[in-house]
Design a protein around this ligand. Structure first.
Ligand SMILES: *[C@@H]1O[C@H](CO)[C@@H](O)[C@H](O)[C@H]1NC(C)=O
Ligand SMILES: *[C@@H]1O[C@H](CO)[C@@H](O)[C@H](O)[C@H]1NC(C)=O
Length: 245
């Protein structure tokens, strides 16, 4: 614009003050040609300005789009992070649920495991005396839930680890001693002892809680030179699982 104004002033001066023959004289034809060039230049300049504006706004638009892309990338990352957190929490919940289920199944299985037995010596009359310690076999089974007691060997075998309670009672005449020992595997645990005397008969008993591993064996040894009475279920051996460990 500034250029065109200056040119107009310049040529205007030429028109007003120069005469044909002057050095500065410009003919009408030359003037028209210059004017046309000027107009062309102006048009080009406008075009350039318009293109400049267009490209400016395109750049702005691209920047804006870039910002949007960055914004949406950020949002996507945030979403992914939240998703991961949710997954972790879900995973934790699942793990805890599985653990609880396992614990419940364990408890149910433990609750289902019932072990209890009672058996009487049976037979008729005296059992013993023998000249060595002898496992007392209680042949008359009263109860044997879980089948852990054997009426053929007199031995109880722990089917599961846990705490068990055992009792043994006896009745015996006075002419011999009556010594009974409760054993866990080869380990002596508790005893009941009555010595020979002139009294007619005696009764005795003892009991113990035992912590057993699976497969541990518990039984009553009738000591050598001892006897008990078998008739009438007066001599018994009982036990049960109190709690699994
Ligand atoms: C889900 O839990 C399992 C077992 O604890 C683990 O191995 C795995 O890496 C966890 N996955 C996620 C996504 O936390
Ligand atoms: C002893 O107990 C067994 C098993 O319960 C039973 O069969 C038997 O009749 C009992 N004996 C006596 C004398 O009560």
């Amino acid at each position: 614009m500034i250029v065109s104004i200056c040119l107009l002033v310049f040529f205007g001066c030429g028109l007003n003050f120069a005469q044909p023959g002057d050095e500065s004289y410009v003919s009408k034809t030359e003037f028209d040609a210059l004017k046309e060039k000027l107009e062309n230049l102006e048009t080009k300049l406008r075009d350039t300005e318009i293109r400049q504006i267009n490209s400016d706004s395109q750049i702005a638009e691209l920047k804006n789009q870039g910002k949007l892309i960055i914004d949406s990338e950020t949002k996507q990352k945030e979403t992914e992070t939240r998703l991961q957190h949710s997954e972790t929490r879900l995973n934790n919940s699942e793990n805890r649920l599985r653990k609880s289920e396992n614990q419940i199944m364990d408890l149910i299985n433990k609750e289902r495991t019932k072990v209890m037995f009672s058996a009487a010596a049976g037979g008729s009359g005296n059992i013993g005396p023998f000249n060595t310690d002898t496992t007392l076999i209680y042949r008359a089974v009263i109860t044997n839930i879980g089948g852990a007691y054997s009426q053929y060997t007199g031995i109880f075998t722990a089917p599961v680890a846990g705490v068990y309670y055992f009792t043994f009672y006896h009745h015996a005449g006075g002419e011999h001693r009556a010594i009974l020992n409760l054993y866990k595997n080869n380990q002596f645990i508790v005893r009941v002892a009555d010595h020979p005397s002139n009294d007619h008969a005696d009764n005795g008993g003892n009991a113990a809680f035992l912590q057993l591993q699976q497969g541990d064996q518990v039984y009553v040894l009738l000591a050598y030179n001892s006897h008990v009475w078998g008739t009438g279920n007066v001599t018994t051996f009982s036990g049960f699982l109190v709690s699994q460990i």
